[in-house]
Design a protein around this ligand. Sequence first.
Ligand SMILES: [Zn+2]
Length: 77
Amino acid sequence: MLAHKIKDGKCPNCGEKAVYSSTEENSSIWKVYVKCEEDDGGCGRDFGRVGVIKRSNIDHTDQMHEKAEKIAEKFVD
Ligand SMILES: [Zn+2]
């Protein structure tokens, strides 16, 4: 599972950059997770699963990452 920093996405708890990651649930759904990385100096707060993306709504992986980041941004400052 690859984690990506959320642009302008700070953890509401500690102010460090939060990250999002997406994992393939099955052939038609991606799950999006948000976390504040302890390894990166954050507080380790886990926001859990913040949303899902239907594969039918995207054409390629880049688009999925854009959508994942948009969803993730709603959960951080
Ligand atoms: Zn934090």
